[in-house]
Write a protein that binds this ligand. Structure first.
Ligand SMILES: [Fe+2]
Length: 324
């Protein structure tokens, strides 16, 4: 049984316990989350040359869309302002900044009617994030940037919360993925050739019931990384843009509290991607080693954005804040 909670007043600890048990939380619009969505929208509009991001797909060839969209994603993901806004969101929602770790967010664009389904517009089929080596304590936050509808949101498949489903996560190595695949998304225009964990059940569970939640701009949907979920095939006529990011409570990792592992068997762990909200300190190495004892250099364990991009964004941010 999965329950959906709206603006629950149970506090973060209670919310995490419910999320680890398969529940989903929907949060109404709040100023801090609105600010994050507004910032993403600002970058999209600027990056698309002041064209309407939701309808641009109807006016340009797909190659041009990718050319414009691809650089916006890393700008949003790695911009210092994005980190500030993320920290403001989790503090506003009552998470403890000393116990909570955040990874960089993702900015996704899912075009309508299959205009672009690969690379930077990859539409995720049913999956659990834990197949990509996410820890069982991972809480996913999903926020729309423009208003969405049932034809452009995401879907949950709660029948599989506590049932294993055959999948290929056992062939997936997170460190290898960081090294080879993640930087290559912009090159995948017509077809996605990157090796991603997938359902291998034969025949595939096409008739599995799904639940679609529609949150407002400034609101969010929170769920476990163990939850089976998918991108809804967008039939809204507009490109759907969303932000997602993840939080981890380190006390839960230490205590072994988290979602049950039904069927995830990847090599490696994404724990080192996370940094502490209070001071951006990295995840303690012993925590990562408690999940995967392989000692590997940090640069191989964590995807490294180009140093030139980080320098450019830092300079831009300094100018914005008047620190330069
Ligand atoms: Fe996901």
């Amino acid at each position: 049984m999965t329950a959906i909670h709206y603006d629950a007043r149970c506090g973060d600890e209670g919310r995490r316990a419910q999320i680890y048990a398969g529940d989903v939380h929907v949060i109404s619009a709040r100023p801090a989350m609105h600010a994050l969505a507004d910032w993403a929208r600002e970058l999209l509009v600027a990056g698309f040359g002041d064209e309407d991001p939701e309808t641009l797909q109807h006016r340009v060839p797909v190659e041009r869309f990718v050319e414009l969209f691809a650089p916006i994603k890393p700008r949003f993901i790695h911009h210092p302002r994005t980190w500030e806004l993320l920290c403001a969101v989790v503090k506003d929602m009552g998470l403890d900044p000393r116990e909570t770790y955040l990874d960089v967010p993702r900015l996704r664009g899912v075009t309508s009617h299959g205009y672009l389904t690969s690379g930077v517009g990859y539409a995720f089929p049913m999956h659990r994030d834990t197949w990509w080596a996410a820890p069982m304590q991972q809480v996913n936050w999903w926020l729309p940037i423009f208003e969405i509808e049932s034809a452009s949101t995401m879907a949950f498949h709660p029948a599989w919360w506590n049932r294993a489903i055959e999948n290929s996560s056992g062939e997936f190595d997170y460190y290898e993925y960081n090294r080879v695949a993640r930087g290559a998304a912009a090159k995948q225009v017509k077809q996605d050739t990157r090796s991603q964990p997938r359902i291998t059940l034969d025949p595939p569970p096409v008739d599995t019931p799904s639940v679609r939640l529609v949150a407002p701009v400034g609101g969010a949907i929170l769920f476990s990384g163990q939850q089976l979920h998918s991108t809804v095939p967008n039939e809204s006529g507009r490109t759907r843009f969303s932000i997602d990011f993840r939080t981890i409570n380190i006390a839960d990792v230490r205590a072994g509290r988290g979602a049950p592992n039904m069927d995830s068997a990847p090599a490696g762990t994404s724990l080192r991607d996370f940094r502490r909200v209070s001071d951006k300190a990295p995840m303690p190495e012993e925590i990562a080693l408690s999940v995967d004892p392989r000692r590997i250099p940090f640069e191989e364990a964590v995807f490294q954005p180009p140093a030139s991009l980080l320098a450019e964004l830092a300079a831009e941010n300094a100018e914005r804040t008047g620190a330069a």
